[in-house]
Design a protein around this ligand. Sequence first.
Ligand code: URA
Length: 206
Amino acid sequence: MTSASRAPLKTLREEAAGCRACHLWKEATQTVFGEGPQHARIMLVGEQPGDKEDLAGQPFVGPAGQMLDRALDQAGIDREKVYVTNAVKHFKFLPRGKFRLHQKPNTAEIKACRPWYERELASIRPQLVVAMGATAAQSVFGKITPINKNRGRLIDLEDGIKALVTVHPSYLLRLPDAEAKAREYKRFVDDLKIAAELLNKSTHAA
Ligand code: URA
């Protein structure tokens, strides 16, 4: 895995609040650290906080979060039991009048933030990391990792931890036609069911 030292999530969250590893802290309201149980068996990784998350200080509480909650529920996964975080922990945006337009983080920003992901992983030691979207996959695998080629199957990380690649819930929100939306949403839920199955299996084996 990672050579990151193990610290409790509470310590990591406090340290990350003052992170200056890249320039994104300057315009963002706050660091949005991951949230969930210290002993979560699944860690979900998104891209970066959006407008709502930046203001609330919590990951996935806006429209993408609602989409994620619905899909987790349909896959049989209790969000309270999973750890939810982002590859990049500050909101990157372009101010446009009264709006803040989401900007995709670049490789330097993903790399600057990766130590936090590594430390979250070392702290929690989940059984499974779910990378949602290209930015998350780049952080989880430490390199650009195409979604379609890798999605929907368990991939070995180090130390017996598995990874699962899927799309980002915002991708589903952006799809213009209802049919594609329904189809892609179902695929997303099917991917999450792989995570649910892994959990059920290990519960029965325990
Ligand atoms: N999109 C993300 O990737 N993360 C969030 O927390 C919200 C939207």
